[in-house]
Design a binder for this molecule. Structure first.
Ligand SMILES: CC(C)(COP(=O)(O)OP(=O)(O)OC[C@H]1O[C@@H](n2cnc3c(N)ncnc32)[C@H](O)[C@@H]1OP(=O)(O)O)[C@@H](O)C(=O)NCCC(=O)NCCS
Length: 141
């Protein structure tokens, strides 16, 4: 059996917009994010109180996953994106990013998210509970 590559998880508030964009595209999540609007992507990064990254322990420490969160570190945390590059999916990185995000926000803070249909099975698999009473206004563009 081949050994899994070592993954380094960290809080990286200064994440570069090009790397962020690349992982969104490589994961497939780019289809539902403004990847061709750099101004908007930069604002998404600068407005996020918590950005957790997953990097491969290899030359150049390539970014393979990201979790972007809006939080007050006191009561709630909204996970806005969880993305793992397709070539690194299935290695436990998505789960690892969520574990690191939860470690960073601590036990007083709830973590909520809206899943894309394809990822519902993942959130169920890692034991997250559904919120039947969630409401939202859709963004218009
Ligand atoms: C969804 C995503 C973040 C999962 O990350 P990942 O690193 O591939 O998942 P992990 O390896 O941590 O998987 C953890 C467990 O969930 C399972 N799992 C992973 N993706 C799954 C899916 N789409 N459906 C059902 N189970 C899934 C794995 O098999 C694994 O199970 P195990 O504990 O029995 O081994 C990743 O596939 C991704 O970036 N997808 C495209 C973008 C996306 O949909 N993001 C979510 C936005 S809401």
């Amino acid at each position: 059996m081949s050994e899994r590559p070592r993954i380094l998880y960290a809080r990286e508030q200064g994440l570069d917009v090009t790397e962020f964009r690349r992982v969104l595209v490589e994961s497939g999540l780019g289809a539902t994010r403004p990847v061709d609007d750099e101004r908007r992507l930069k604002a998404m990064l600068s407005g996020a109180a918590l950005i957790v990254t997953a990097r491969m322990e290899a030359t150049g420490r390539p970014l393979v996953g990201v979790a972007r969160c809006l939080t007050d570190f006191s009561w709630c945390c909204y996970l806005t994106e969880l993305a793992v590059s397709a070539s690194a999916q299935g290695l436990g990185i998505g789960k690892g990013l969520l574990e690191e995000a939860r470690r960073q926000i601590g036990p007083e803070v709830s973590l909520i998210l809206a899943s894309v249909p394809e990822a519902v099975g993942f959130y169920e698999r890692i034991g997250m509970a559904r919120m039947p009473d969630a409401f939202w206004y859709r963004r218009e563009r």
